[in-house]
Design a protein around this ligand. Structure first.
Ligand SMILES: C[S@@+](CC[C@H](N)C(=O)[O-])C[C@H]1O[C@@H](n2cnc3c(N)ncnc32)[C@H](O)[C@@H]1O
Length: 453
């Protein structure tokens, strides 16, 4: 297995270039502390894009790779590192490393961050009883999809998987070096071509098996100038929570992961699963956000589902998806309003609940919470990051009122949903304190966005 790094060459000027908000993309070589936030963002095109003039022969930047040890972490922050994580022995096979490993294109400081995660590299989590809970097969929605092999309950782990590839979501765009006279579209093309070559270094480092799986993934970017690898990343990438250059909420500095199995999951605006990224094991975990029947298709959301149908449609166009999920087919003005105002409604109930906790002569929030839980379930939004608040408040009211049976039932639901949305049980991360720190506003849904990005 080759280990190497590729230094970013100097260009006269660089700008951030990033894909539309919900699409995963390659990334910008970070400056200094790796912040891209001050860089202007240019969205990569999608759909059918006419090529202007051929840009053959125009070179934006020079780059080189050299072999180094996978355990090395003393890079400068703005070195782009090509590495296998967790580190594997040269020539390792999946028999040696059954949990697999990810080929990574990372800024030096990101590799250090991963290495400094307590417990890294942990083995990936196993499903209950080691059972295989999913299957990939043709989907009525389009191409292949993931399906439940057996009934799964809220919070159950469906699959834990290491990515095939982790790479930055944006990349620095050189606008000098012989590119005078080119249009912006042409400069983007030169840079996209160069980025494709760099990504090719990481893909080449994969085992034959992993490379074959990677190259077989869907590509909905065949006509917009993306190379094949970039197209696959844009179609299948998941934003990697916790890995970012600069600000966490700044999509330009985010990283994206492509997975063998989980990248086969299709989109729904009323998803039945949620994903988490577990840094210590460098793996993604997919869990059910409601009970799922055997044979049901599994879905995640590729966009912010707390937006209106037309806003969601705009986001999904970058994947060439015209969504026909029940949430879109049955969309009305009321459901649009329900989705976009959900966070606010929960926040209001939380405020009323706190007031009740201070003064029990005030009305409690039981009926308002139960009503909203039923509405959320009907609209299929149980992966809302704020859903746990409602369950927690119902449990709390029952508990304070001495209704222990109902309190127990809601505590169990709360625990399952906590598991589903955070990957940990309530107890495991002292959730009472932790959950209270989650912001109950639409921003939190964005930063917790679980979709392929
Ligand atoms: C991450 S891949 C999902 C797996 C893909 N179906 C496959 O065959 O590998 C994303 C692509 O799947 C298709 N897709 C996913 N969800 C869809 C949906 N709800 N409706 C139509 N097409 C969808 C689109 O072509 C999209 O670009």
């Amino acid at each position: 297995m080759k280990r190497g790094f590729l230094k970013t060459a100097k260009a006269k000027k660089t700008e951030g270039i990033a894909l539309p908000p919900v699409v995963s993309t390659p990334g910008v070589p970070p400056k200094g502390n790796g912040s891209f936030s001050s860089q202007p963002i240019i969205m990569l095109p999608y759909g059918k894009v006419e090529t202007a003039r051929p840009t053959e022969g125009v070179v934006s930047k020079k780059a080189f790779c050299r072999e180094i040890s996978g355990d090395t972490v003393n890079y400068s922050d703005n070195t782009i590192v090509f590495t296998s994580l967790p580190p594997v022995k040269r020539g390792a096979t999946l028999d040696d490393e059954p949990d697999n490993w990810a080929e990574c294109v990372l800024a030096g400081h990101i590799k250090r961050r991963i290495f400094s995660t307590p417990g890294f590299p942990r083995p990936i989590k196993k499903t209950a009883g080691g059972k295989v809970n999913h299957r990939v097969r043709p989907s009525p929605v389009g191409g292949l999809g993931m399906f439940a092999m057996r009934p799964v309950h809220t919070g159950d782990l469906i699959i834990a998987e290491r990515p095939l590839l982790i790479s930055p979501r944006s990349f620095g765009m050189a606008v000098g070096s012989g590119m005078e006279g080119l249009t912006q579209a042409e400069i983007i093309q030169v840079n996209v071509k160069e980025w494709e070559e760099r990504l090719g270094v990481a893909v080449k480092r994969m085992t034959d098996e992993n490379r074959k799986a990677f190259m077989a993934l869907a590509n909905s970017h065949t006509q917009d100038g993306s190379g094949r690898i970039l197209g696959i990343i844009r179609t299948n990438g998941y934003k990697v929570p916790g890995l970012y250059d600069g600000d966490e909420d700044d999509n330009a500095g985010a990283y994206t992961a492509v997975l063998n199995v989980m990248s086969r999951i299709n989109h729904s605006c009323s998803p039945n699963t949620a994903y988490n990224f577990h840094m210590a094991s460098l793996s993604f975990e997919l869990r059910a956000v409601r009970d799922i029947k055997q044979g049901e298709e599994l879905f995640t959301s590729y966009c912010d589902i707390f937006r209106t149908k037309s806003e969601r449609a705009e986001d999904l166009a970058t994947y060439s998806i015209i969504c026909a999920c029940p949430g879109c087919v049955g969309a009305t003005k009321e459901t649009d309003l329900f989705r976009s105002e959900l966070a606010k409604r929960i926040e209001k109930i939380r405020a009323d609940h706190h007031a009740w906790l201070e003064d029990h002569t005030r009305p409690n929030v039981l009926s308002a919470s139960l009503k909203l839980i039923a509405e959320i379930e009907k609209e299929g939004l149980t992966d809302a990051p704020w859903f746990v608040f409602l369950l927690g408040m119902v449990e709390n009211v029952y508990s304070v009122s001495g209704n222990t049976n109902s309190a127990k039932k809601y505590l169990e639901r709360l625990n399952n949903h906590c598991m589903a949305s955070t990957g940990r049980s309530l107890e495991a991360h002292k959730a009472a304190a932790h959950l209270n720190t989650l912001q109950c506003n639409s921003e939190s849904s964005k930063c917790l966005a679980r979709s392929p990005v």
